[in-house]
Design a binder for this molecule. Sequence first.
Ligand code: ZN
Length: 140
Amino acid sequence: MRYLVLLLLLSCKTSATVTIGVTATADYERPTKAAMRLWNSFVGCDFFVPGKDVQIKSSDGTGVMLPEHAAATFQTPRGWEIHVSYPGDLHDQACIIVHELGHVLGLQDGAPFGAMSYECPDFIRIRDDDVAIVKARHCK
Ligand SMILES: [Zn+2]
């Protein structure tokens, strides 16, 4: 019985100390919510919340777009913007947004696997190293 209680405690999320507000246009609302949930559950607190710090929308050609990139993330005077240019399905869009939100968190490209690699596997995951960095900054 004591072990059961311990397991329940370990699975509880802690509170967020620093939150980041994210909003998306209607066409990216579902993959954005999925991406926020994925980050929050891997990291262990709800630090991505609805709000205006990061705006996610379709690429309108005004952002810096590199060839063969599915999206671009950059800072503007109004906050972060993620412009998605790849028209993939819900899973692909969620995977792309998970990756781009990683850039908002200061994570770099080129991880061997996980959200900051260039892969979109069936099961999207965030590496333990990245989780530790984000958790220290955003959760109690
Ligand atoms: Zn990237």
